[in-house]
Design a binder for this molecule. Structure first.
Ligand SMILES: [Zn+2]
Length: 82
């Protein structure tokens, strides 16, 4: 499972703790699409999985930040999700 977290307007949220069902569904669909595109990626050198953070001022303007063990992994993930 992909490691993804969400931060909306400076507040950490997750599909499970959104009070609003529509917003929860939006987060879930982002999570699903990111999982599908990068879920199987691991660093060839370090065996690590990337971490994704979806961050933005509002839930419909989230951009994805990628972190990982090294630049090669981050580049590989960015190619998939952008
Ligand atoms: Zn690495």
């Amino acid at each position: 499972m992909i490691d993804i977290s969400f931060e909306v307007n400076g507040r950490k949220v997750s599909p499970n703790n959104m009070g609003n069902a529509i917003e929860a569904a939006m987060l879930s669909s982002i999570k699903d699409s990111v999982s599908q595109s990068v879920g199987s990626i691991r660093c060839a050198e370090h065996g690590q999985k990337p971490k994704i953070k979806a961050k933005g001022r509002s839930i419909d303007s989230l951009s994805l930040e990628v972190t990982g063990c090294c630049d090669a992994l981050i580049e590989q993930v960015k190619k998939k999700i952008t």
